[in-house]
Design a protein around this ligand. Sequence first.
Ligand code: IMP
Length: 421
Amino acid sequence: MNIVVVGTQWGDEGKGRVIDFLSQEVDAIVRFQGGSNAGHTVVVDGEIFVFHLVPSGILHPGKSCIIGNGVVVDPAELLAEIEALQRRNVDLKELRLSSSAHIVMPYHKEIEKMEEKQRGKKKIGTTKKGVGPAYTDKIARRGIRVGDLLNEKVLAEKLDVNFVLLPNYFRLNLCKKDILNRYLEYGDKLKEYITDTSVLVNQLIKKDKEILFEGAQGTLLDIDHGTYPFVTSSCTSAGGVCIGVGIGPTRIDRVLGVAKVYTTRVGEGPFPTEIEGREGEILQERGKEYGATTGRPRRCGWFDGVILRYAARINGLDELVLTKLDVLDKLDRIKICTAYKYKDKAIEDFPFQVDSLRECEPIYEEMEGWEEDTSRVSRYEDLPEKAQAYLRRIEEIGELSIGYLSLNPERAGLIKLNDES
Ligand code: IMP
């Protein structure tokens, strides 16, 4: 079975721990988009790992871990991640990197910093990892790809083109020769991992191997379907898998959507169920809601059923994975958004335009909190009745069943609810 795992909110849903758990049952784990803007956290026996580019299944020896062509790769960051994992004795023999993945260049980070500054109050709140400008160059057909790092002549020619196209400010502050030498060195260090990963993944599929496609960020950060322009620059939804890996849509069997039982967002942009004040702070503190890549505090809000239905539609979700239930343990009442009020009408579909979204007010249902510790529960049946009622309500609103539930960050903290899945 080839399964896609995507975030259904604005990222940070806990996909890393879900991928780590599901990796036990598959042969390969493949990233298909995003770059080192992602920060996927996995906790094993109290040890914390944060993955930015390396697939989150890497802690399972012998599984192919593949960085697909749709990812943008900062080679310095990838090498640092590889070296840090090697120091922790993680086996990287099966790590592979697509020769067609695009490269984040030093000027990408500079361009991003400057653009964000120039936007002033209208900034996007990006992670400053150079991801947006790298995707811009890809679409503008001047991008440099992983395979180019292995060929001095090609890399030098491409750098020449980029230096002609770069605005003066950046060109004057960078040394082309230094960049050429540095990136050739990166290529040399990475060459053992570089291959045509589309061939590799399709071969695995032909051999009936099982594959997990690891989404980064979340549906509402999708370049097409997210809250544009407050989005990332890649296709974060399930549709991005085929393009970002080089497989056909007929090769995907199942799509799992990961959602937190509340909502968070990092960076700018509208967020209808955002909570101002103490309850928001409780979620932030209890959920340790600080960015795994940038350390920025995440904005927190109530669970949004309109977003869940939207994510179900855009991704064709088969099943839900809910995370961080224990973060709600201390609350005596919990709100859940079932629809929005927009121009005096109740709407159930997520508005496509960000300006309309800004005018939406959430319509809430209020449920009683369970006020009991759920973080050590290991069976669904043992959850407090009120917690079960909350989860059932999410299922009803999303018209989806919950396949897995995460109650604490450890591997054993994820429980499977639906044995048929
Ligand atoms: P960029 O991807 O760095 O260009 O940032 C664009 C928007 O996506 C910003 O609001 C970021 O905070 C958000 N973003 C990017 N990656 C992540 C992630 O992994 N988790 C949550 N938000 C993210």
